[in-house]
Each structure stands twice: as structure tokens, then as C-alpha cells.
Design a protein around this ligand. Structure first.
Ligand SMILES: Nc1ncnc2c1ncn2[C@@H]1O[C@H](COP(=O)(O)OP(=O)(O)O)[C@@H](O)[C@H]1O
Ligand SMILES: [Mg+2]
Length: 432
């Protein structure tokens, strides 16, 4: 509801349809390794010194960006993120080093051609104020000499894609748009020539948090459809964690402090800089990356309506748990029962004990499960099948175990990397 008020002009049928799909944590869980895809952009010792004699804004940066991934560059203000992006599309030239774009050195590519192949979105996107939305979106097609009809068709298609009804918006001017709508137009403009690569510099930085969240979700959904290679810059670690297939955490002079999947960075920050930068709550954030379906759920004592009090009491005594779960006649979780409830003979069991409210489906994330648990009278969440029938109980101890396992796996991963580097270094050393 509040989304509507902050961005009411965007409430066209198309955006409503997108919002209706907003329920799940889009793009949060992925088992795909982004580095399996071929390299799209290769930065090779790229350096940028603005003022001779001054510190470099970007110091010898070597980085691969893989086809179809969202690589987020995240770091404190002034660390060189924007400079890095602008080197990639040649808005500025490197002082030294090379940038290889899809196998070609960018300095060998005609700047117009490069612009067609790399879409660019910035904060407060800088729409041209005296041009209509359609003219703004058609900027690159016009530069490329497309005819009016083709440009118009493409413009309408793009407005649709970003959730703005073309008939309503194409002839408006930028000042008639909300911040969120203007940002959508910016994304549409960047996508106009269907570039394989998008560079996005704090694209959602200038809108309110609710609109930002919504634009992020829309963008992730759009990306699932268009599968671009994206370099996304932000100073906000939460945005990085949400948007990135991989994250490069940058320190001053664009030096990579850690480059990895969000899950692994949260589970295993490699040094104090990264640890400080991701801040508190990294463990909780990490729970977004694991699903309930991946848990090894232990047995839990359940009773049914026809279970006698005697049997129920024996079951509870034999169990390590403080609560029994009572299922209804269709096998759905109904109530929690503890020994106080079992001792209360004034009413039948299915009328006493707190009603079970903390339900999660198997595809829920562990973060969802934790949230459910916190609100549960029994301090635990009940897993249900799609039809609502009982599937298991998640307890806090299980989450603690998972967190421990995530940390251990990430640590092992880094130990293997280090070992591989050492053996690589020693073998190349002995070969020389
Ligand atoms: N055009 C420029 N001329 C001189 N120095 C610049 C220029 N642009 C950026 N810088 C400097 O380069 C460093 C990195 O800036 P920038 O890439 O904008 O960082 P970020 O985007 O991470 O905030 C900063 O110290 C900034 O002052
Ligand atoms: Mg910047």
C-alpha cells in the first residue's frame, strides 16, 4: 500500500502485474556458479591516475566479469567505483593496463559501437529534461541511425518491459515522473539497443527505500528475462548482497578486498576491512541463501485428534522437546501442546494450546524460517507442504548448525584457494 503512495503514478497494469509477483525473495537463492560462464569483460592491471603525481583512483585492477552475471562493486565513497565503471565504457581512458571486452581490446572498438554494446545507468539518471520519455529512451537508436518507426516500436516495447504503459508515458516529460519512474526510464534507455552489457552506477541510490526495494525486485526479474552481463555499483552492502551474483568489496583505490558470492562473503569475511564493511547482522543475512528444503529435519513428536492424553503425555516425556504438535483431521498443523495443556482436562486437546501460526513452506529461506520462529509461541517453525499438510519442525538449534556449516564450508573454500595458489606459485617458481 505504501508502495502505491510513494510511486502512485507507476501503478499501471504492468507494474501491478510485476508487484503481484513480488511475494518471494527474488534472486536471493542461487546454486549456479557465475564463474562457469565465459568471461565477458576482462580488466588487466587497469590503472587510472587523474592528476599526475597524485594517488591512483584505480590501482592495477585485474578482474573478470562473466557472461550473464551481476557483478556488484561495493565499497566506501571515493574508493574508485565510478571511475572503474567509466573506464569500462571509455568515458575515461586508463593510464595503464588493458580492458578486453568480449575478446576485443576496448581501445580498438569504435566509441559509438561500444555505446551500443554497453548500456549505462546512473543515479538521478540525467534524463534530458526537454525531451519526451520516448525521445529519451530512443537516444541510442537515434545515434545509431535507426528509422523513426523502428525506434518507436523499440521504445514502446522497452517502456512496457520496465512497467510503464507506453500510451500513458511516451509523450510525458521527465519532470512529470516520480523518482522511481524516472529510474525505470533510465533502465529502458540503457536497454534500448539491446546491449549485452549494462553498467549501473548507484542506479537506485536517489529514491526512497520502498521504491528502491521495488525497483531492485523489478530489475532482478527483468534480468532473469534479459540475462545481461551487469556491473552494478553501490556503496550499500545490503543492496550488494541482494543484487549480486558475485560481489567485489573494494577498498581505497579500487583494490579488491574480497570477491565472491554474497553467501560466502557473509559466511567468511577474509579480513577486518570486509568484516567492518559488511557490518553486524551478516550471519542473519546469510540465512537468505539457504532454503528449508536443504535442511536435515529430525523427527518431531506429533499427535492427532484421536491420540489419547495418556499416549500424548508418554510421547512428550520420551521426547527432548517441550512441545507436542497437534495435527488436525487433514494432517495440517493445528496447535502446540505442552505438559500444562495436557494436564488441562477441562476441554479436548484440539481446543487447548496455542494455535500454530509460524508456518513455512519447503522453498522458504532460512531467514523466513527464523522470522516465523521468532513469532511462534513455541519458538519453532512448522514446515508444511504446498497443500498445508505437516512436513516437519525447524528449531533454532538446526539454524545454528547450518550457520556453523556455512562458515566451515566457506573457510575450507578459502583454504583450498590458498593451497592452490601456493602450489601454483611454487610450481611456476620451479619451472622458471
Ligand atoms: N574527474 C576527476 N578528476 C580528478 N579526480 C577525480 C575525478 N573523478 C574522481 N576523482 C577522484 O578519484 C577517486 C575515486 O572517485 P570515484 O571513482 O568517483 O569514487 P566512488 O564512485 O567510489 O565514490 C576520488 O578520490 C575522487 O575524488
Ligand atoms: Mg561513484
Amino acid at each position: 500500500m505504501s508502495e502505491m503512495t510513494t510511486d502512485s503514478m507507476g501503478a499501471t497494469d504492468a507494474t501491478d502485474a510485476i508487484d503481484a509477483m513480488d511475494a518471494g525473495p527474488a534472486g536471493m537463492v542461487s546454486d549456479r556458479d557465475p564463474t562457469d560462464a565465459p568471461v565477458m569483460i576482462h580488466l588487466d592491471g587497469v590503472e587510472k591516475i587523474y592528476t599526475p603525481g597524485a594517488d591512483p583512483a584505480v590501482e592495477k585492477l585485474t578482474l573478470d566479469i562473466h557472461k550473464g552475471e551481476i557483478l556488484v562493486l561495493v565499497g566506501p565513497s571515493g574508493c574508485g567505483k565510478s571511475t572503474t565503471l567509466r573506464l569500462i565504457n571509455r568515458m575515461i581512458e586508463p593510464t595503464s593496463g588493458r580492458i578486453i571486452f568480449d575478446g576485443e581490446d576496448v581501445t580498438d572498438i569504435d566509441p559509438n559501437e561500444l555505446r551500443r554494446r554497453i548500456g549505462y545507468v546512473i543515479q538521478r539518471i540525467g534524463l534530458f529534461p526537454h525531451q519526451t520519455i520516448a525521445e529519451n529512451v530512443g537516444t541510442v537508436p537515434r545515434l545509431l541511425g535507426w528509422d523513426a518507426k523502428r525506434t518507436r516500436t523499440r521504445t514502446d516495447e522497452l517502456l512496457d518491459l520496465v512497467g510503464l504503459d507506453p500510451s500513458e508515458y511516451r509523450d510525458r516529460y521527465p519532470k512529470e515522473l516520480s523518482g522511481g519512474q524516472a529510474q525505470r526510464v533510465g533502465v529502458a534507455r540503457a536497454l534500448a539497443a539491446d546491449p549485452p552489457v549494462m553498467l549501473m552506477d548507484e542506479p537506485f541510490g536517489a529514491v526512497d527505500p520502498i521504491t528502491r526495494d521495488r525497483l531492485q525486485n523489478e530489475f532482478l526479474r527483468l534480468q532473469a528475462e534479459v540475462q545481461k552481463t551487469i556491473v552494478f555499483v553501490t556503496h550499500d552492502i545490503d543492496e550488494a548482497v541482494k543484487m549480486g551474483d558475485r560481489i567485489a568489496i573494494l577498498r581505497e583505490r579500487s583494490i579488491v578486498a574480497q570477491l565472491d558470492t554474497p553467501a560466502r562473503i557473509l559466511a567468511y569475511p577474509v579480513d577486518d576491512f570486509v568484516d567492518d564493511f559488511i557490518g553486524s547482522g551478516s550471519t542473519l543475512k546469510g540465512l537468505h541463501f539457504e532454503r528449508v528444503s536443504g535442511l536435515d529435519i529430525p523427527e518431531y513428536p506429533v499427535v492427532r485428534r484421536d491420540t489419547s492424553r495418556e499416549d500424548a503425555r508418554r510421547l512428550l516425556e520420551a521426547s527432548d522437546n517441550r512441545w507436542l504438535l497437534l495435527l488436525d483431521e487433514r494432517g495440517r498443523p493445528a496447535r502446540w501442546l505442552n505438559d500444562t495443556h495436557l494436564a488441562d482436562t477441562s476441554r479436548p486437546l484440539h481446543e487447548i494450546g496455542p494455535v500454530v501460526r509460524a508456518l513455512v513452506e519447503r522453498n522458504a529461506t532460512l531467514h523466513d524460517a527464523l522470522e516465523a520462529m521468532i513469532t511462534s509461541s513455541a519458538g519453532q517453525a512448522v514446515i508444511v507442504e504446498r497443500d498445508g499438510t505437516y512436513a516437519g519442525v525447524v528449531q533454532i538449534e538446526l539454524l545454528t548448525e547450518v550457520i556453523g556449516r556455512m562458515r566451515q564450508e566457506a573457510r575450507k573454500h578459502y583454504e583450498r584457494l590458498e593451497a592452490a595458489q601456493e602450489s601454483g606459485a611454487s610450481s611456476s617458481g620451479s619451472g622458471a
